[in-house]
Design a protein around this ligand. Structure first.
Ligand SMILES: Cc1cc2nc3c(=O)[nH]c(=O)nc-3n(C[C@H](O)[C@H](O)[C@H](O)COP(=O)(O)OP(=O)(O)OC[C@H]3O[C@@H](n4cnc5c(N)ncnc54)[C@H](O)[C@@H]3O)c2cc1C
Length: 397
C-alpha cells in the first residue's frame, strides 16, 4: 500500500464504490452517496489551498486518488477530477479573492463544477465558439448554446467560456462563473437545460445541452484570465481524464488476472495458455507506461498547471492504451465479459469516451507533433493561413 494519504483514503472508499457502480450505470443515476463519502473524506476540493478551506493537495495527489477510485467506479472518478482540476483549478489560479471565497466552500461541500466550452458548431475548434457576453452596466448578458456539458443540471458552479463583446468590439474569449442551485432558490433567468444526451457509457453522468438567453452574470464573476490561461488550467483536467482511463484499465487488468487463474479450459487454468499470457503482459506494460507518463505530467505542475505537451502526450497514450486493455480484459472473460455479471462490459463502454472528451486523440497528436517540430497549432478558422503567412510552417492541414 502506498504512503500517500489521499491515495489511501481513495482506495478505502473505492472498495465500497465497486458493488454500486453498476447501479448508477443501469439507472442513469448521479452517485450522490459516493459524492457524500468523498466529501466526508476530504477528497472533493482537496487541491483548494488551506486558506480557502482545502488541503492544498498537488496534482500528483489527485492523480493517485483518482486512479484508485476509477478502478472501481469511473463515474465517481470523473466527479473527483472535476472537483479538483478543470473549472475549480482555473478559478483558484486566476479568480479574484471574492470569487475564490465564494466558490471554494461550494466545492468543498460536494459540488463538481461544470466547465462549459463546447458548442454545436465549435468542438475541437473551440475558439470558433459563438456564445457571447455583452456588458450592460455592472453586469454581463450571456447568450448562446453549449453542449456535452458534464454535470449540466447537477453542478452548481459553471465556468463558462464566452466571447466578450464590449463597445461592439470582440475582445476575445473569457471565463465567467455562473452559480445555479435551484434547491436553494438560485435559478438564473434565461438558463435552460435543453436536453440530456443518452450516452454509451458513464450513464450516471448528465451530459447536457445548455442554452443561455440573456442570462445575467455580475461583473464580479468575470475571471481575470485570457483564453490561453484558461486552457493552461485545462491541462490539469487532461491529466485527470487520462488518469481515469488509467484507473479503469488497471481495474480491468486486475479482473483479467484473477479470471486467468480461476477459469479452466482443456483441463487447466487458461493462464497457462501463452497467447493469453502475452496479452496480459501487453496489458500490464501499457498500464505501467501510462501511469509513468501521467505521474510525469502531474509532477510538471509544481509551479501551476501541468506542461501542455506532457499532458497531451500522457492523456493520448493513457486513453488509447486503456481502451485496448479493457477490450483485451473483456476478451479474456469470453462470453462472461460480454454480459453484466462482470463489470467489464460497463468498463468497456465507460472508457471509450476518453479519446474524445477533453481533446480528441487526433487533436492531441497534432499538439504533440507541433511541439516536437517547434511549430504552432492553428486555433481559428483562418489560423492555417495566418500562421503560414507569418512563419511558413504550420501543423498538419
Ligand atoms: C462524455 C463527454 C463529456 C464531455 N464533457 C465536456 C464538458 O464538460 N465541457 C465541454 O466543454 N465539452 C465537453 N465535451 C466535448 C468534447 O470536449 C468534444 O467532444 C471534443 O472537443 C471534440 O469535439 P467534437 O465532438 O465536436 O468533435 P469534432 O471537433 O467535430 O471532431 C470530429 C472528428 O474530427 C477530428 N478532428 C477535428 N479537428 C481535427 C484536426 N485539426 N486534425 C485532425 N482531426 C481533427 C476529431 O478528432 C474527431 O475525430 C465532452 C464530450 C464527451 C464525449
Amino acid at each position: 500500500m502506498g504512503e500517500n494519504p489521499y491515495e489511501n483514503r481513495a482506495r478505502d472508499l473505492a472498495e465500497g464504490f465497486a458493488p454500486r457502480a453498476a447501479q448508477w450505470d443501469r439507472n442513469r443515476e448521479y452517485p450522490w452517496p459516493n459524492v457524500a463519502e468523498m466529501t466526508e473524506a476530504g477528497l472533493m476540493g482537496m487541491t483548494i489551498p488551506l486558506e480557502y478551506g482545502g488541503q492544498g493537495a498537488t496534482c500528483l495527489d489527485v492523480v493517485l486518488a483518482v486512479e484508485q477510485v476509477a478502478r472501481a467506479c469511473t463515474l465517481s472518478a470523473r466527479i473527483l477530477v472535476e472537483a479538483n482540476m478543470g473549472g475549480i483549478g482555473a478559478i483558484m489560479a486566476y479568480g479574484t479573492e471574492a470569487q475564490k471565497r465564494f466558490c471554494a466552500p461550494i466545492v468543498l461541500a460536494g459540488d463538481k463544477p461544470a466547465i462549459c466550452i463546447t458548442e454545436p458548431e465549435a468542438g475541437s475548434a473551440a475558439t470558433e465558439m459563438s456564445t457571447t457576453v455583452r456588458r450592460v452596466g455592472d453586469h454581463w448578458l450571456l447568450n448562446g448554446t453549449k453542449h456535452w456539458i458534464t454535470g449540466g443540471g447537477v453542478s452548481k458552479l459553471h465556468l463558462i467560456f464566452a466571447r466578450i463583446v464590449e463597445d461592439g468590439q470582440d475582445r476575445g474569449i473569457g471565463g465567467f462563473i455562473l452559480h445555479r442551485d435551484p434547491e436553494a432558490g438560485v435559478d438564473p433567468a434565461g438558463f435552460k437545460i435543453v436536453r440530456r444526451e443518452r450516452t454509451m457509457g458513464l450513464c450516471g453522468m448528465p451530459e447536457a445541452e445548455l442554452r443561455f438567453n440573456d442570462v445575467e452574470v455580475p461583473d464580479a464573476m468575470r475571471v481575470n484570465a485570457d483564453f490561453g490561461d484558461l486552457m493552461s488550467a485545462y491541462n490539469a483536467q487532461r491529466v485527470g481524464a487520462g488518469t481515469i482511463a488509467l484507473g479503469v484499465a488497471a481495474g480491468a487488468l486486475d479482473h483479467a488476472t484473477r479470471y486467468l487463474l480461476e477459469r479452466e479450459q482443456f483441463g487447466r487454468p487458461i493462464a497457462e495458455f501463452q497467447g493469453l499470457q502475452w496479452m496480459l503482459a501487453d496489458m500490464d506494460t501499457g498500464v505501467h507506461a501510462a501511469r509513468l507518463m501521467l505521474h510525469e505530467a502531474s509532477q510538471s505542475a509544481s509551479e501551476g498547471f501541468p506542461d501542455r505537451t506532457l499532458a497531451a502526450r500522457a492523456k493520448l497514450f493513457a486513453s488509447e492504451t486503456a481502451i485496448r486493455v479493457v477490450n483485451d480484459a473483456l476478451q479474456i472473460f469470453g462470453a462472461r465479459g460480454y454480459g453484466d455479471a462482470e463489470p467489464l462490459e460497463r468498463m468497456y463502454r465507460d472508457v471509450r469516451m476518453f479519446t474524445i472528451g477533453g481533446g480528441t486523440a487526433q487533436v492531441l497528436r497534432t499538439q504533440v507533433a507541433a511541439a516536437r517540430l517547434g511549430i504552432r497549432t492553428p486555433q481559428t478558422r483562418d489560423g492555417y493561413a495566418r500562421l503560414a503567412a507569418e512563419s511558413g510552417r504550420v501543423a498538419a492541414e
